[in-house]
Design a protein around this ligand. Structure first.
Ligand code: NAD
Length: 286
């Protein structure tokens, strides 16, 4: 399948990073958002990120300039959809909203276009079912910050066709990403393993196996993790981690039951760096 034009729907944290990767990957890229302000902010941020890439010697300035020229804002969803060979949706994580967006995309996009969702947890199969092209709907799970993170989890829904998966792997490759293909399943690979490690760390802390600092130190120096589990959960947000674990517990069973100490931290308002205190305190940040 030949992909020239990618439409990215939703220009928030993830959408703007995906647009950055698509434009540097050589695609004509149309970025759409319902909010004119978000769209404007996103375009400015992509330009700033491209400049930063040049500054850090990661990108030649001619390539950054070419990428900037390939990227355009499109305030009209129907026009973005009609022009695209491949669509990547990055609107907020709400099923009703995603279903509305996909029904509209399905109406407006060419028959051959592949529709990808960047959902972190929702069912690709359920999203595909509102379209008349479930074989051409896939998951494409990027990581934040998109321009720097290497992996994309390509998610196969019940009806996703091999050609649509192949096209998605190829788009990710041209964006400079590595891929893994996963069958739709709660938490895919990364969130499931990560939630499990993070939860186990809370159980160990609760049992008094070691201090938080030493558990972090052990995983960094002994297992070569770039961050310890408590440093990481403070960055991600303890409330976000708890809701992932609750979802895995509901869908995959008992071994994902959230550790009581994690639940207590959330009840105490210890939500992580964003509020100035999580497992650790961040003085001056609240
Ligand atoms: P965000 O809130 O930063 O951005 C969402 C954007 O979508 C906003 O700019 C909003 O104005 C826009 N939007 C809302 N309704 C829209 C509509 N109907 N049409 C077009 N645009 C619309 O959210 P985000 O963090 O970028 O997350 C987007 C998706 O990516 C979610 O599904 C999320 O689960 C997933 N995701 C997030 C991360 C992360 O680390 N934040 C990582 C992987 C995947």
């Amino acid at each position: 399948m030949n992909v020239d034009t990618i439409a990215v729907i939703g220009a928030g944290l993830m959408g703007r990073g995906i647009a950055h990767a698509a434009a540097t990957g050589g695609y004509r890229t149309l970025l759409h958002d319902v909010s004119a302000e978000a769209l404007d902010r996103a375009l400015k941020q992509v330009v700033a990120d491209l400049d930063e890439g040049v500054g850090r010697g990661k990108l030649a300035s001619a390539d950054a300039e070419a990428a900037r020229k390939r990227l355009a804002a499109e305030a009209d969803l129907d026009r973005a959809a009609a022009a695209a060979d491949f669509v990547i949706e990055a609107v907020p994580e709400e099923m009703d909203l995603k279903l509305r967006v996909f029904a509209r995309l399905d109406e407006r996009c060419r028959e051959a276009a592949v529709l990808a969702t960047n959902t972190s947890s929702l069912s690709v199969t359920e999203i595909a079912a509102v379209t008349r092209r479930p074989a051409r709907v896939v998951g494409m799970h990027f990581f934040n910050p998109v321009p720097k993170m290497k992996l994309v989890e390509v998610v196969r829904g019940l009806d996703s066709a091999p050609e649509a998966i192949d096209a998605t792997v190829e788009v990710a490759r041209r964006m400079g990403k590595e891929t893994v293909v996963v069958r739709e399943s709660p938490g895919f690979i990364t969130s499931r393993v990560n939630a499990m490690i993070g939860n186990e760390a809370f159980f160990m802390l609760e049992e008094g196996v070691a201090s938080a600092r030493d558990i972090d130190k052990a995983l960094k120096l002994g297992l070569n993790h770039p961050m310890g589990p408590f440093e990481l959960v403070d960055l991600v947000g303890l409330d976000t981690r708890l809701s992932v674990l609750q979802f895995l517990h509901q869908t995959l069973g008992e071994k994902y039951r959230p550790a009581p100490l994690l639940v207590q931290h959330v009840k105490a308002g210890r939500l992580g760096r964003k509020v100035g205190r999580g497992v650790y305190d961040y003085p001056g940040k609240d």
